[in-house]
Design a protein around this ligand. Structure first.
Ligand code: NAD
Length: 283
């Protein structure tokens, strides 16, 4: 087994550039791939901006900023990731797209290269099913913004081997994250609990129990949550929240995840949260 030195990142968007940032800062060589070199480069520019803020706030030294950027190479061919010991994908949340990628990576990478997905809801077991040596497939669920959020949820697919689990735990610790290990199940631990709270808050708003601001204040001031469940929905995107609710409802059959009418109506009206200028709040 080769020591973990080089990490490939597939997709340089919101999550991919953040994962590249924390891996490079921790000393790993990072190969950042996106469909175009411009897209990969845009990811690296965001990393540079975030490192700059870190320097201004005294969290990162100028030398570490430069060394981190020096360890990130932008590429536009998947084959450039063939020498990596770990590849983490952060491409759009579509099962067919991720399966196609894992099938390609199986042919390109060494048999013991760990193949990880940052999916927030899809079945890791179904993704692993298309890979050769599926024991090396695992979920590494990061949180946004990756360079600031402490949690890394490791998702163990039905096929994930003990060795893979131990190797990604060591990687998670090396990049300074707090780890939880969850077996592959709909919504894992974080999305399942977060969604249950968000949907119940939406039903309470629909029933007129309290205003959106007061429902959020209940959780912030009464339970110490940094953000209320409705505010968080606006940040994540109500379309994203609805899609995950529909998936979890279909998978579990539990009424907890039945999408509230209010959520459906808001999405149909284009009120998607912060990104559209209006959700539970106006922006
Ligand atoms: P994003 O849209 O910001 O970025 C996706 C990137 O993937 C884009 O740069 C796009 O050009 C690239 N891409 C698309 N198809 C590709 C392909 N075939 N090969 C290589 N690159 C490709 O998406 P995101 O928000 O970063 O989400 C990525 C994944 O992370 C999803 O699975 C999502 O569910 C998960 N996730 C997102 C968040 C979040 O808060 N945004 C949190 C946790 C997990």
């Amino acid at each position: 087994m080769t020591a973990l030195k080089a990490v490939g990142i597939v997709g340089a968007g919101t999550m991919g550039h953040g994962i590249a940032h924390v891996a490079a800062l921790a000393g790993f060589e990072v190969w950042l791939y996106d469909v175009t070199l411009a897209a990969a480069g845009a990811g690296k520019t965001k990393i540079q901006q975030n490192l700059e803020i870190g320097v201004t706030r005294g969290k990162v030294s100028a030398a570490d900023r430069d060394a981190t950027l020096g360890r990130i190479t932008c590429v536009d061919t998947l084959a450039a990731l063939s020498g990596c010991q770990l590849v983490i994908e952060a491409i759009p949340e579509k099962l067919a797209l991720k399966q196609e990628l894992f099938s390609s990576l199986s042919g390109l990478c060494a048999p013991d290269t760990i193949l990880a997905s940052n999916t927030s809801s899809l079945s890791l077991t179904e993704i692993a099913a298309v890979a050769t040596n599926p024991g090396r497939v695992v979920g590494l669920h990061f949180f946004n913004p990756v360079h600031l959020m402490k949690l890394l949820e490791i998702v163990r697919a039905f096929q994930t081997s003990d060795e893979t689990l131990e190797r990604v735990k060591a990687f998670g610790t090396a990049i300074n994250k707090e780890l939880i290990v969850v077996k592959d199940s709909p919504g894992f631990a974080s999305s399942r609990l977060g969604l249950a709270l968000g949907l119940e808050a939406t039903r309470m708003l629909e029933e007129g129990v309290a205003s959106a601001a007061d429902i959020d204040r209940a959780m912030k001031l009464g339970y110490g949550h940094p953000m209320g469940p409705l505010e968080l929905g606006d940040l994540v995107g109500l379309d994203v929240r609805l899609a995950i609710a529909e998936y979890l409802h279909a998978e579990t059959g539990s009424p907890t995840f039945r999408p509230p009418q209010l959520l459906k109506k808001m999405v149909r009206a284009g009120k998607l949260g912060k990104k559209s200028g209006e959700g539970f709040y106006k922006y």
